[in-house]
Design a protein around this ligand. Structure first.
Ligand SMILES: [Mg+2]
Length: 340
């Protein structure tokens, strides 16, 4: 028989041990009826919730439990990063398939807990149930931001330059490698597609830098693919955009010759960069006069100018020969029936 927690109190005792609240915090955490937190007096609270559903956001055969825990929390932390906030608390709720082992639950929490510690987030509660269907996870994260300073999607104006962090399409490339049989154990190296997919890094430091430097007019995180998410930012700001295909920071894996023409391999990477989701990089607009102050790298993370905001609605790709081609949203849409 599979080993599982024998009672809720056994599980809660175990959870209290792994999620020990730090002694300096003004918090009642796991074990009482509810968590009690004290917000900073000049702060606003950012709240976000993200579902991770087996078969939709992860697959048991492809994603190790540790990655599922990491990714569940990372998705919510990425939303905090996109608003320039600092994460404080998380509630993790699990609807566990009855076939789940105790080992899976422990590895799940290890993945979540390692990321939580590294980002200063305390896991202070949640709920659990055994269900006959697939496993799903809900991560609720509360973060703080100084009053009136949160970064929003709605401030982009015509002429603003569009930037992204990191390389786009790495996560989709990693998922493809997993499906083709790559072992998740090779995911150790940061910058490797498997690592980008299994252990995405929420760009919290970059989000805070953009807030403090006041460089960005609009910010969001890339969860569903550049073509889909840029359309959302543009809609929120009431503008359009043009992207230069030559400017997109494509995955440098596998290495391709830098002077390669738009070969099949490059076209494939371009599609992944535009439509592959789950990169959790930041997409941001910067007024033209401030664009020169955006560093080439922030703490080692490349920041690339990929295009420009236009007054008129609509998204376009500017091809190397100067032709403008309409950019259709091809990323992950949650209300489509089929997805990756
Ligand atoms: Mg988001």
């Amino acid at each position: 028989m599979r080993s599982m927690f024998t009672s809720e109190s056994q599980f809660v005792d175990w959870l209290k041990r792994v999620c020990q609240a730090r002694s300096d915090s003004a918090v009642v955490g796991i074990g009482d009826d509810a968590a009690l937190v004290r917000p900073g007096s000049k702060q606003e609270i950012i709240l976000t919730t993200d579902l991770s559903v087996e078969g939709v956001h992860f697959r048991r055969q492809l994603h190790p439990a540790r990655s599922v825990g990491h990714r569940a929390l990372a998705r919510a932390l990425s939303d905090i990063a996109a608003m320039g906030g600092t994460p404080r608390f998380a509630l993790l709720s699990l609807a566990l398939s009855r076939t789940t082992s105790r080992r899976w639950v422990e590895d799940f929490y290890t993945g979540a807990q390692v990321l939580a510690r590294r980002t200063g987030t305390q896991i202070i509660g949640g709920d659990t149930a055994l269900v006959s269907g697939p496993t799903s996870v809900d991560a609720v994260v509360a973060g703080e931001v100084p009053r009136g300073t949160a970064l929003l999607r709605s401030g982009a104006r015509a002429g603003d330059r569009i930037f992204v962090s990191g390389r786009l399409g790495l996560s989709a490339l990693g998922l493809r490698m997993l499906k083709a049989g790559s072992s998740p154990v090779t995911a150790r190296r940061s910058g490797h597609p498997l690592h980008a997919h299994l252990f995405p890094e929420p760009r919290l430091a970059l989000g805070r830098f953009l807030r403090e430097s006041r460089l960005a007019s609009a910010v969001m995180d890339l969860s569903d693919g550049l073509s889909t998410d840029l359309a959302r930012l543009c809609r929120a700001s009431g503008v359009g955009a043009v992207l230069g295909t030559e400017r997109l920071p494509l995955p440098n894996f596998p290495p391709i010759a830098s002077n390669a023409r738009l070969s099949a391999a490059r076209a494939d990477l371009l599609r992944l960069a535009l439509n592959g989701g789950e990169d959790y990089e930041l997409l941001f607009a910067v007024p033209q006069r401030k664009a020169k102050h955006v560093p080439k790298r922030y703490r080692g993370l490349p920041l690339t100018c990929i295009g420009e905001i236009r007054r008129s609605a609509g998204l376009y790709l500017s091809l190397p020969d100067g032709i403008l081609k309409p950019l259709r949203a091809g990323g992950f849409e949650h209300f489509h029936r089929s997805h990756h």
